[in-house]
Write a protein that binds this ligand. Structure first.
Ligand SMILES: Cc1cc2nc3c(=O)[nH]c(=O)nc-3n(C[C@H](O)[C@H](O)[C@H](O)COP(=O)(O)OP(=O)(O)OC[C@H]3O[C@@H](n4cnc5c(N)ncnc54)[C@H](O)[C@@H]3O)c2cc1C
Length: 441
């Protein structure tokens, strides 16, 4: 029988948080029989809780990791990897990197599960060339609410595949998947960082480096006027030196008692100015370990505590290429004037959208910002929502904790298809998160 408990659970942003019933199946058959016999429609799967808002929260949460944590197969010749959905990207990397393979797409943390990567169809710093995580799935297995297990991929049960990748756990429980890895011959990244003076220069660096594999910018979102959009843009490629060593650096831990008031407009502005000017030259070249390049935040466990008790909201939106420059100018100006920005402000270039019904990326630029939760934040975010919609943008479900149904659905042309599919297959009677109920999925 699965363990059952009542717990205070939240996503990574620690907002919202409330009590949930958590079911922890211990074995695969526990998981199957629980899903088959569960009659609470407010039920959702929980990976490693790295989505920021309420996508993995519901009255009833299935924490399936204990029951789904096996590596199944690794073909080190062909670079194909099969494992259960509760295995984390960190665990996968520990096995594949020493053999010269890497994840084809990785988000900014390695502490997410394979199931979470598929459900959010995550993207990385190479989206403009490699697309989303789902582009590299050879096959996945899904447990439906009636207990049936179905295999699908792009050409087999394509609708189920398109609904599941990016579908935030609303089609069933992903049990396992096989992915195609990317070959590497070093764990080092050759990184070039461009210090730009404004948004125009930032865009120019992205556009000039479109053929480079990885690109990402940290934006100083407190900079105004002529400096609006000034950034440090990092361009990266795996080195070719044959060294496949893992780093032995130990992560530090953010204390539980970290006072949230330490993070205010003044300290963030100071941090941003120092961080921006830390790099003296316009262009800096260095070789860094892949963990430093892809996962700088993983170096501090529980860094989410620094926003204090009320938590924070990560606000990530994407604008189409044709409106990106003007839209980001207006949005960054609004944030700078409100004086509420964060020091985590990340700009990425994206390639074409895929065919999944709810995957977030489209050709254009996305910006992700952290905002500490405080009463004056919500009116600002409502204003930003309208600006994002004015510039034909949309919001990322994996980060969202608050957008309204009206705002969310304007950005997703396939939303009706997704809703209908859920209804036709009775999925909406079994799997619903706090988020899906809020935005009417
Ligand atoms: C520091 C940090 C950096 C990040 N950077 C990026 C980034 O660069 N790009 C990006 O795309 N994302 C990024 N993310 C977001 C993160 O990758 C996603 O939210 C991911 O889905 C989290 O996975 P998880 O295993 O923690 O799942 P959870 O957060 O627990 O769940 C996320 C969603 O997946 C569903 N789910 C989980 N497991 C299953 C399963 N087995 N079957 C069905 N549904 C399931 C849940 O129901 C929920 O809807 C970042 C997050 C953090 C904290």
């Amino acid at each position: 029988m699965p363990n059952q408990s009542s717990k205070q659970v939240s996503g990574w942003g620690r907002f919202p948080q409330f009590k949930h019933r958590v079911f922890t199946p211990r074995t695969a058959s526990d998981l199957h029989s629980f899903v088959k016999n569960n009659d609470n429609p407010k039920t959702i799967g929980f990976g490693n809780g790295r989505s920021y808002g309420d996508s993995a929260l519901s009255e009833c949460i299935i924490d399936y990791r204990q029951a789904q944590n096996y590596l199944i197969d690794f073909d080190a010749q062909q670079g194909t990897f099969t494992c259960q959905a509760g295995v984390t990207l960190d665990e996968i990397l520990k096995v594949i990197v020493p053999k010269g393979w890497f994840l084809p797409v990785t988000p900014g943390t390695r502490f997410i599960t394979l199931g979470g990567a598929i459900a959010a169809d995550v993207h990385g710093k190479n989206h403009h060339l490699a697309g989303c995580f789902s582009e590299h799935i050879i096959e996945l297995q899904l447990l439906l609410a009636d207990g049936t297990i179905i295999s699908c991929h792009k050409n087999q049960q394509p609708d189920l595949f398109r609904a599941t990748c990016g579908g935030m756990g609303l089609t069933g429980i992903i049990l396992s998947a096989t992915i195609q890895l990317k070959a590497i011959s070093s764990t080092q990244i050759q990184q070039t960082t461009h210090k730009t003076g404004n948004l125009q220069e930032t865009f120019a660096v992205f556009e000039q480096n479109q053929s480079s594999t990885y690109s990402v910018a940290w934006i100083d979102c407190f900079a105004k006027n002529k400096s609006l959009g000034r950034s440090l843009v990092s361009i990266g490629e795996f080195a070719d030196d044959g060294s496949l060593t893992q780093t032995s650096k130990k992560a530090r831990t953010m204390p539980r008692w970290f006072p949230g008031f330490m993070l205010n407009a003044w300290t963030i502005k100071l941090f941003n100015t120092l961080y921006y000017h830390r790099q003296k030259k316009p262009i800096k070249q260095e070789t860094v370990h892949y963990q430093q390049f892809f996962y700088p935040l993983d170096g501090i466990h529980h860094w989410n505590r620094m926003y204090g008790r009320r938590g924070f909201i990560q606000y990530q939106f994407i604008l189409p290429k044709k409106t990106s420059f003007e839209g980001l100018n207006v949005i960054l100006k609004t944030i700078a004037e409100a004086g509420q920005g964060s020091f985590l402000a990340v700009l990425k270039l994206h390639g074409q959208a895929n065919k999944n019904w709810l995957s977030f990326p489209m050709e254009g630029y996305s910006l992700a910002l952290d905002f500490k939760v405080q009463d004056k934040l919500f009116p600002l975010l409502d204003r930003l929502d309208q600006l994002v919609l004015n510039y034909q943008g949309r919001f990322y479900l994996a980060k969202d904790a608050r957008v309204s149904r009206e705002v969310f659905e304007q950005g997703y042309p396939n939303i009706e298809k997704f809703r209908q599919y859920r209804q036709e297959h009775n999925m909406n009677q079994h799997f619903n998160s706090a988020q899906s109920l809020r935005i009417g999925l």
